[in-house]
Design a protein around this ligand. Structure first.
Ligand code: PLP
Length: 395
């Protein structure tokens, strides 16, 4: 007798997730299907992960080819896909070197470790504190959650790692005030994701870069959510023409396969010398092949330019919705990372969308977040807007 999937999961899987009551079985492009064959248009894409859409044929082929050739040998040896992936990333940004791991949290662990190690190597071990942002999100491992500026994520896990100070995002005066002789870096998301899709104010990232330079601090950008084309540039910081010393990636890096990366500048990279850090699975051949193909498709096929154009269109349509519905307090975002702030909780709207065949997401109780595959079409955007318009009329 087959046991219903939902029951099986609720019996045997750790209870860390409050899931929606659908079982997804298949995906293609911007669509997913549940076990009963019901189709949904996906406006969250596995939380900004499947930027090329679900089951991209070229990524599937790259994975399949590599899985049939060599899956894993550890980092005791060289492998071609990892080396090529590192080059593909480094050639497209400020960095000189890449370290590979398996998730966003791990990428941030690596960023925190290399920052402390950099100053330790320079005989300044007293510089170990990192200034992070309120409402930030950097992941759930102990160091990453310690760097996260949201109390609800830390609850129950004290004592968290010491050495993090928090200031409001977009507040230079608070940043200046938080500086101590022990400060070694500033860590932030160029656009806050989980915190509510919050964009940097004009000139803010420039001012943070300047602050870091003046006080000999490293600047760490967490681009786990904003990277890989999501905002209409390969990396969000390109919009603001500000380069960090360290950048972290994960989510969309391998279009659905688990991979994280920490990229460091020429000056910082040597702090990760042999033995300084490691990961058994980091940059393993199959995942590296998936990521390499993802980078190629993103940069060869004009998808990022399409994301920028469709992101502008999406925001225009959301603004149209805002004019019609007073419960919408704000529409914001960049590229295809969009947020709609409501004057009430958004969970009912998410459920109503699900019932009408659209997957969307709500964060911070009252902010709807949209992060569709970058290949979403204006027609799919229009269909979602019409759906939201109907739902908001019945509120
Ligand atoms: C999702 C996210 C993380 C954590 O990534 P995991 O892969 O879940 O560990 C870290 N930082 C940001 C900005 C994220 O959006």
């Amino acid at each position: 007798m087959t046991i219903e999937t939902k029951k099986l999961a609720d019996t045997y899987i750790a209870g860390t997730y409050a899931r929606f009551p659908i079982v997804l079985a298949k995906g293609s492009g911007c669509n997913v299907w549940d076990e009963e064959g019901r189709q949904y248009t996906d406006f969250i894409a596995g939380i900004a992960v499947c930027n090329l859409g679900h089951a991209h044929p070229r990524v599937a082929q790259a994975v399949s080819d590599q899985a049939g050739t060599l899956c894993h040998v550890s980092n005791l040896y060289y492998t071609r896909p990892q080396a090529e992936l590192a080059r593909a990333l480094v050639e497209r940004c400020f960095a000189a070197r890449a370290f590979f791991c398996n998730s966003g949290a791990e990428a941030n662990e690596a960023a925190i470790k290399i920052t402390r190690k950099y100053f330790s190597d320079r005989k300044q071990p007293e510089k170990f504190r990192i200034i992070s942002m309120r409402q930030s999100f950097h992941g759930r491992t102990m160091a990453a959650l310690s760097a996260t500026g949201q109390d609800k994520i830390k609850q129950g896990f004290d004592p968290v790692l010491s050495g993090f100070d928090f200031v409001p995002f977009n507040d230079m005066a608070a940043l200046e005030n938080a500086l101590t002789p022990e400060t070694c870096g500033v860590m932030l998301e160029p656009v806050q994701g989980e915190g509510g899709v919050v964009c940097p104010a004009e000139g803010y990232l420039d001012a943070v870069r300047d602050f870091c330079d003046r006080h000999d601090l490293l600047l760490i950008f967490d681009e786990v959510q904003t990277g890989m084309g999501r905002t209409g540039k390969l990396f969000a910081h390109e919009h603001f023409k500000v380069a960090p010393d360290v950048m972290t990636l994960a989510k969309a890096l391998a279009n659905g396969f688990p991979m994280g990366a920490m990229l460091a500048s020429e000056r910082v990279a040597p702090a990760f010398s042999p033995g300084a850090h490691a990961s058994t699975f980091g940059g393993t051949p199959v995942i590296s092949a998936a990521a390499l193909e993802t980078v190629r498709i993103l940069t060869e096929e004009g998808i990022i330019a399409q994301c920028a154009a469709n992101g502008d269109y999406f925001k225009k349509r959301l603004a149209w919705l805002q004019e019609r519905h007073t419960c919408i307090e704000d529409v914001r975002g960049i590229g295809l990372l969009c947020g709609v702030k409501l004057d009430r909780p958004g969970s009912k709207i998410v459920t109503a969308c699900l019932e009408r065949g659209f997957l969307i997401n709500c964060i911070q109780e009252n902010i709807l977040r949209f992060a569709p595959p970058l290949i979403v079409t204006p027609a799919e955007i229009d269909a979602l807007i019409e759906c939201l318009d109907q739902i908001l009329q019945t509120l």
